[in-house]
Design a protein around this ligand. Sequence first.
Ligand SMILES: [Zn+2]
Length: 637
Amino acid sequence: MNPIFDFKIINEKHITDLVATALSNCNKHLQNIYSSVEKPTFEVSVAGLDTIFNEAEKALGLISLMAYTHPEESVRNASMAGIPELENFLNNLQLDANLFAAVRAFDQTGNKAELKPFQQKFLKETIDEFKRNGLALKPELQNKLKEIRNRLSEIGVEFEANIGNDAGFLMVSESEIEGLPADYKESHKQADGMYKIDLSYPSFRPFMKYSKSDSARKALMFKFMNRAAEKNLSLVDEMIRLRYDLAQLLGYKSYAEYTVENRMSKTPQTVWNFETELTQAVKSKAKADYAELLEAKRNYLTDFTIEKVEVWESAFYNNLLLETKYKVDNNQIKEYFETNSVIEGIFKICEKLFNVSCKQIETSVWHPDVKAYELYSDGTLKGVFYLDLYPRDNKFSHAASFTLIGGKKLSSGYQIPVNTLVCNFPAPTATKPSLLPHNEVETLFHEFGHLLHCLLTEAELRSQSGTNVAYDFVETPSQMFENWAWNYESLQLFAKHYQTGEIMPKELFDKMLAAKNVGSGMHVLQQILYGTLDMTLHDRYAEVKHLKVSEIVKDLQNKITPFEFMDGTHFEASFGHLFGYAAGYYGYLWALVYAEDVFSIFEKEGIFNIETGLRLKNTILAKGSSANEYDLAVEFL
Ligand SMILES: [Zn+2]
């Protein structure tokens, strides 16, 4: 019997019933919480919220997966329609004054001293979240806050739409497109024999990489860096100002202070220190990267007096290095990564590190490609997972881990977590198995890291289990696990030629590694630039508000990266992450640095050292956010 649902027979009605039942159960629990306000208890008034969250998330997890993977359109549509219903319900809880009153009533009883630390943490964070949403403010200020929030979400929609609607392009001639592959040329060719290069990534990126015309690349870069500038520059200004106002209203010095308060970093100063230290740490690698790029340019142009590489030249010379000095044959490499062998390899690694075993089970699934597995630790079932690996029509087109059921302690026992990895790997054919390019091997390890975080959880509350951790920590286990796809000792377990069974030769691996490191220091500096810009606008608004954002970008770029700012460009107008991350952009590198720190312990103690593995499992993976993530990381390190 399938532990979740009989996927084979699932239909539209099941989905609508599921959503309706979940909402009605949630509302019942909500009424219980409301009426507990006179005699509040932790179980009803506070943990009741976790029960609601669990109910809603169970339905949401299932329908989100079905919306993006089910072969039947009616099931996908019904699922898609259910998502906003459940999301709106959850969002409204955060603005529910009666709910806040009940939770606060418990907080004021004096009984909280008897709570366990994870319960105290949950209580405090729940109250903080209500306050962050303005529920502790006077009514007129709450209205003001609402106005700001509404305008900010309008700006967000407009900002994205303006980027999407930017119809800019560059017309180039036959000589300017030289270097691009034939199919690229074919798809950009116009009736008059010219080529129209639009500013979407699939057009822009290959052109910057391959076009031999320096002036055409420069012209295209200029247009690309000015996407949506006419409309979005004023929106950026308004957004930054409104966020500052919002933070002030809630009693914070800056929007960044408001954002990072509930993250692992806790204070903006920690983020600033992080950016500074990381800049120092990658400086010499970035310098060497730049020197290598400069050398490539000099050799290419046979002019050894050249002293500078321009921003519109970097992708071109970087690619030249990869095609000459660091050439690796990706077709040869993927012959060592037959998909099933890679999966078997991951299972072996999990066994060696965490003493868990995975076994395939026969059960009902939503498509014949999907396989189901159980994960055991010491003979006890710890989790269930599905792998849906190959592309098909109407399926989600990226790679992601979907939590169907999260861990939670129930009165009947521990709720077994269930996860699914949805990927789009090359499908096997009648004559050839599925072979993975190495970047896809890396993707599979990354997503499996999320899956392990979800399945190995032991946290008692759903809100603290699995991947429900601080935003700047959630990518740490996944990025950490990628390292086993980049370690020769690990690859020897499974990187075997699909025809001969030969283990990947060490020389081939060394070449892959060398290619991976090309330009890596400069890449980090570029990320630091984005993070620093994000922090400058969201943490130092009062100091920089008299400046134009473009002036700030120019100053930071010239200070941080080796590439000189291109005058007249306004990249901030199309930097969608400025809107989306809002003082959180640093989190990507932050999580990566922790991932590297964790892996460095394995490098020291042995990448298959089971004691280290179990320590990681018990201190980090099992805990979720039931304790402070920073403390957990420090404890492990
Ligand atoms: Zn991820």
